[in-house]
Design a protein around this ligand. Structure first.
Ligand code: ATP
Length: 242
């Protein structure tokens, strides 16, 4: 992580990361960089270890070994709330909503942390603009929303109030294709506004539309890091010899 050769220092540097679930090693010796202001697609087949890497970055699991440098600080093993305060948000595969609160209460809780009262109304309006369905259901309890609507609600919180680094895990899961395209447009927009993106995605084609760099994992290891060529070419890195 140096800029001595004139290249911009990466915002996130994962170095020699090893993480396990009990006796099972899910990722080992994973290293890659995510340059600031760009979008990196983290790709690979089911079980490759992509989500495990994302969890280690956002502090949901503690790695066994290795470093995760974010903006010059090694965040490996730090608590999730501290990592969030440094400016990393992780939109997980799941639907992390408060089931017993309404849509609007869920959004207000997320936005109030950073917003003054006047700004809160503007942020709510942006969320409803992004996902009109949420506006229609603003008074409904989040626990009674459909799976796709809960996913919209958890995404709205991070898309309207973008962090320094946004880690998005399987964004398209549970969303209709037309909504996936809209969310990708929003991701492209927040990238131009300075948010760095790490996108884990099963719809590789969609992710490659906005990716500046690609990292491919297979069986817990990085098998390719470089330009996002084509989906077929990238898939060949784990299909050959697997
Ligand atoms: P997918 O796209 O299917 O989510 P992935 O590339 O994100 O795949 P991970 O979810 O990181 O892969 O899983 C890597 C390995 O770790 C898999 O073999 C998986 O079974 C295992 N694993 C993941 N989560 C757990 C867990 N909570 N407990 C035990 N093993 C786990």
């Amino acid at each position: 992580m140096n800029s001595a050769d004139g290249t911009p220092a990466a915002l996130l540097e994962v170095r020699d990361l090893t993480a396990s679930y009990g006796p099972f090693k899910a990722v080992f010796g994973v290293s890659f960089s995510v340059p600031g202001g760009r979008a990196t697609a983290l790709l690979g087949p089911n079980g490759a270890g992509k989500t495990t890497v994302a969890r280690a970055i956002s502090g949901l699991i503690s790695p066994e070994r290795g470093h995760i440098w974010f903006n010059g600080t090694d965040i490996a093993g730090q608590r999730a709330y501290r990592i969030a305060r440094l400016g990393i948000a992780h939109a997980t595969e799941g639907r992390s909503v408060f089931a017993s609160l309404t849509v609007e209460e869920n959004l207000s809780l997320a936005f109030r942390r950073n917003a003054k009262r006047a700004a809160l109304a503007a942020k709510l309006a942006s969320a409803y603009d992004l996902f009109p369905r949420l506006g229609e259901r603003r008074s409904q309890l989040a626990g009674t929303l459909s799976g796709g609507e809960q996913r919209m609600l958890s995404l709205a919180r991070v898309l309207v109030d973008p962090p320094k680094l946004l880690v998005v895990d399987e964004l398209s899961l549970g969303l209709a294709p037309v909504i996936v395209s809209e969310v990708y447009e929003k991701l492209a927009l927040i990238k131009t506004q300075g948010t760095t993106l790490l996108i884990i995605e099963q719809y590789v084609e969609q992710a490659l539309k906005i990716a500046d760099d690609a990292v491919v994992m297979n069986r817990g290891e990085v098998v390719y890091a470089g330009p996002p060529t084509t989906a077929d070419e990238l898939a060949s890195h784990f299909l050959i010899g697997s």
